[in-house]
Design a protein around this ligand. Structure first.
Ligand code: C5P
Length: 247
């Protein structure tokens, strides 16, 4: 079936969610761990569903868990959003490739968004999609680097201090013209930690837009605590606001 939902928009989002999350300590695969009583993946899908241009979400679930993940997400999907769930692969890049292969026709803009960045706000998703729509082949959200960064050699000594004014920390969602992302994955040789890296390798220029603090990646237990704090702050903002907000 190749159902399309032009009424919701022409953007498909791939959500690699198949990682084990070993740095988070023992427990369920990371995307299925809970934050404020809801799985990280549910937070992610709810926020993606609140972004107007998103018409399709393809989740790469942990191996053997695609059916359970699909059933668990049904309640998080707004009317008209085409949710698909596939099994992920051994690396993040494999999982993105599995999800990419499942995107139906009719979605010329594709975003890739880590389930581990569960609190990325809908306006960030819209900003990245809008920059692709404006003509950029590849778009990444970035934040300035606040720490001093040094290169360290194998003996544990500093070999260089890097000028941080030229550095940026990179988040997701990353956005692409569909043909560009497909070409990058087709020619991928080794495994990289983000999709923009693959696109750079085929000679495509990557454009930066401002990221968001809430799009932090949840990797270690301390990140979960930070995310809990951000979640509480955003719910109290929503309670105090005049108009309602999603999630
Ligand atoms: O491990 P890392 O934190 O870099 O993972 C980033 C994202 O990639 C997470 O959302 C994780 O679930 C996903 N991932 C995946 N398949 C893998 C490894 C990681 O979908 N094999």
């Amino acid at each position: 079936m190749t159902a399309q939902h032009p009424m919701r928009g022409d953007v498909a989002v791939l959500v690699p969610a198949a990682g084990l999350g070993t740095r988070l300590g023992p427990g369920a695969p990371k995307a299925l761990r809970e934050l404020g009583g809801v799985s990280l993946l549910s937070h992610t899908v709810r926020r993606l569903g609140s972004a107007g241009p998103v018409g399709c979400v393809v989740v790469a679930a942990p191996v053997g868990q695609a059916d359970a993940v699909r059933a668990a997400l049904v309640a998080d999907v707004p009317a008209g959003l085409d949710l698909r769930v596939v099994e992920g692969g051994e690396t993040r890049q494999d999982s993105v490739a599995c999800a990419l292969a499942a995107v139906p026709p009719g979605y010329p803009i594709i975003l890739v968004h880590d389930a581990a960045r569960a609190l990325a706000p809908p306006d960030l998703v819209e900003r990245v999609a809008a920059a692709v729509r404006d003509g950029h082949d590849a778009v990444i959200p970035v934040l300035p680097v606040v720490d001093t960064i040094k290169r360290v050699d194998e003996s544990g000594h500093v070999s260089a201090t890097i000028d941080r004014s030229t550095l940026r920390a990179v988040q997701t969602p990353q956005g692409f013209r569909r043909e560009v992302l497909e070409a990058a994955h087709r020619s991928a040789e080794d495994s990289l930690t983000d999709d923009a890296g693959l696109v750079e390798r085929i000679g495509v220029r990557v454009f930066c837009v401002p990221g968001a603090e809430a799009a932090m990646k949840i990797t270690r237990p301390a990140d979960l605590a930070t995310a809990e704090r951000l979640l509480r702050a955003s719910s109290s903002d929503a309670c105090g606001a005049e108009s309602g907000s999603n999630a």
